[in-house]
Write a protein of this length. Structure first.
Ligand code: C5P
Length: 237
């Protein structure tokens, strides 16, 4: 399948239509943004790393019975996936407190949470992706029924139950991550978007070092080395 028309350009990906209306191609870009687009940069090869990492993780989740939009990796920067109606929720799953959770609620950075926290943010750049509760999501019409929110929360936890031990075995703590969901043409809620160090936090179990976009957010450098480490651990290299 090939790209026909540019459907949408986001901060980290271009989404292309294909000859078949049921399928789209995501082109992973080298661009980096943080703090709702206020900090910008680019790193050669970052897009290809995220495409490979996301493809491997979607494959793992598909094998474990999680429904995702992933079809296949086409080449270094391009992934073929199903076309879905995007649910405008950012689903944040947290095992360890850091980032906005520590900042907003004063929970000590690095504190292991007593249970996995699942939060919803409104996917809306103009409003700065504010936090939502279920009632807000229903009032905004982001989903039709409470059942759909319950399902999203349940699947988010199932994904964490697969990925947390998977990364632990590879010497990484899965600190937190952001998921997005969409509805496929049959109305099924499935996992979409990407799973990469751009939207997950990974801490090395031994050194405590961040191997994710926090390197860019915090101006630490070494981003590509960190992302390559994540990929190599996934590939058992
Ligand atoms: O910034 P915060 O602590 O809320 O981020 C929680 C997790 O969600 C992090 O892994 C971060 O990379 C991810 N995230 C994201 N896109 C956003 C907000 C958060 O990928 N717009």
């Amino acid at each position: 399948m090939t790209k026909t028309e540019l459907l949408y350009e986001g901060k980290a990906k271009k989404i292309w239509k294909t000859e078949d209306e049921d399928f789209l191609i995501s082109e992973f870009k080298d661009d980096l943004t943080a703090f709702n687009g206020e900090k910008k940069s680019s790193e050669d090869g970052k897009g290809a790393l995220n495409n490979q990492i996301s493809s491997a993780l979607f494959e793992l989740l598909n094998e474990k019975g999680i429904q995702t939009h992933f079809v296949k990796m086409l080449d270094d920067n391009n992934m073929l996936h199903k076309s879905c109606e995007v649910i405008k929720l950012e689903v944040i799953v947290r095992n360890i407190a850091t980032g906005s959770l520590s900042k907003n609620l004063g929970i000590e950075n690095g504190k292991v949470l007593p249970f996995t926290l699942v939060e919803f943010d409104y996917k809306n750049d103009a409003l700065g992706d504010p936090k939502l509760n279920d009632q807000h999501a229903l009032i905004l019409g982001l989903v039709k029924h409470q059942d759909e929110l319950d399902k999203i929360r349940r699947v988010a936890r199932e994904i964490n139950d697969i990925l947390k031990p998977y990364f632990f075995e590879k010497g990484l703590k899965l600190v937190d991550f952001k998921l997005e969901f969409g509805k496929d043409k049959n109305g099924n809620i499935i996992l979409i978007d990407e799973l990469s160090p751009d939207n997950c936090r990974f801490w090395d179990i031994e050194s405590g070092e961040s191997l994710d976009k926090d390197r860019f957010r915090q101006g630490k450098g070494g981003l590509k080395v960190a992302y390559t480490q994540v990929l190599n651990r996934i590939l058992n290299k």
